[in-house]
Design a protein around this ligand. Sequence first.
Ligand code: NAI
Length: 486
Amino acid sequence: MNKIKIAVAKGDGIGPEIMDVVLSIFDAANVPLTYEIIEMGKSFYDKGFSTGMTQEAKETVESLGVLFKGPMETPKGKGVKSINVTARKTWSTYANRRHFKSLTGVNTVFSKAGIPIDLTIVRENIEGTYGGIEHMLTQDVALCRRLISRPGSMQVHRFAFEMAKKEGFKTVTCAHKANIMKLTDGLFLDTFYEVAKDYPEISANDIIVDDLAMKLVSKPQSFELVVLTNLQGDIMSDLCAGLVGGLGFAPSANIGDQISIFEAVHGTAPDIMGKNIANPTALLLSGFMLLRHLGLMDFADKIENALLLTLEQGNHTGDFGDKSNPSLSTTEFAEKIISNLGKAPSIGLNRKSQIPSTFHLPEKPSVQKMMASSLRKQEKVTGLDLFFESQDTPQSCAEILKGFESSDVKLIMISNRGTQVWPSGSVFTECVDQYRARFELSVGKETTLKEMMDLATRISEKVFVSSIEILRYFDNNPGYSLAQGQ
Ligand code: NAI
């Protein structure tokens, strides 16, 4: 059998300890892989590589298409980006798949109650607040832009439905907060049902994310596959890790069309590094996702059976299991798994289906791919939202800004932290030194971008304008939300 070459980054903290034992288990099972160890992690950041990896490391991943990585420390300090998030975003690994399954020998509240858990989270991996676009608008007010795109949402929903189809999931659930964030989460939800139409055999439903949080804790067995936006998905997947015994059992795969990254959900665990006590299970489970991604199903099944038997026998590292049995070190735990290779656990694997691998080496594009919608809507400029700094009352701000009205463009409202404070509002609404003024044309009228930019420039001579948004209609729908109370 030809060996497949993959890139491996051992990572920081406990990363090298757990990666070494996982690769030793792969080798003992004769997995047909070879490894190119790449230079990536905090130490390379410290050596001056701002992305945390050398140019050779980047080229290796881009040519091999698969990175198996240990956790990496996020360098401390303002303005420093996470190496992990940079890698996921740079290589467009848009779907983060995380599988949470009860394991025999790993006691949890649910296992004790006889409730088995087997659920998968697909988290959008590029957008949302992880765009990391943040600004201080005034000394008191910080802004983080939360970008949700139609193509980005379509990609992750299609991934979830394709996975459901291939692996026999019956229901896909979209979790969101579209009741509050009508444009961003609304777009995520609309595109979910748009994609669902192509999969009539799979049941599609949705749930508000806070309701999901409650139901995951009270009835986790009622979900099979849940797709979420980035931050909501991050939080819900750590909650799910807690349901199955903690971070030591939470694997993840970051899947893109060309490049994929496999890693445990947990971090570098600096408190236990170098002690040979870390639990390698989450990284090993991520390794199974990697092997199946490459089409090495039998190898994944063989090692997974050995792991299940090892757990069933009561073997455990210090972070879980029956404390009346002594804890094993990381290496001892791996040796037990190796000694169980080829044996079957009493409760074997319950695979839904064998998934044909779609793995291929990356096809390097000559320029970045543009993923714009093909059907274009009629667009018209209808006004301006102007964000400005002031410690004056809404009424005095309005008096200044009304001086900039014209026969067509009127000051419609002023809001503070999203709540309307002028022309009507409540004196109980507490304000900060950052207002938004909305200038809008009367219904049906249209202006130009230049006119709105000129208006902003003129106003900036009177008040400090920290940011603007151009108001637009797309077909006959406003591309902006109302203020609370408007
Ligand atoms: P952490 O996941 O490293 O540790 C949280 C707690 O879980 C600690 O008590 C730790 O000892 C324990 N723990 C984690 N993994 C374990 C394992 N395999 N076996 C036994 N116990 C384990 O989270 P923390 O402390 O918030 O982050 C530490 C560093 O890791 C930070 O620099 C963070 O940015 C980075 N990080 C990296 C990630 C990645 O590379 N994908 C993911 C999460 C955090």
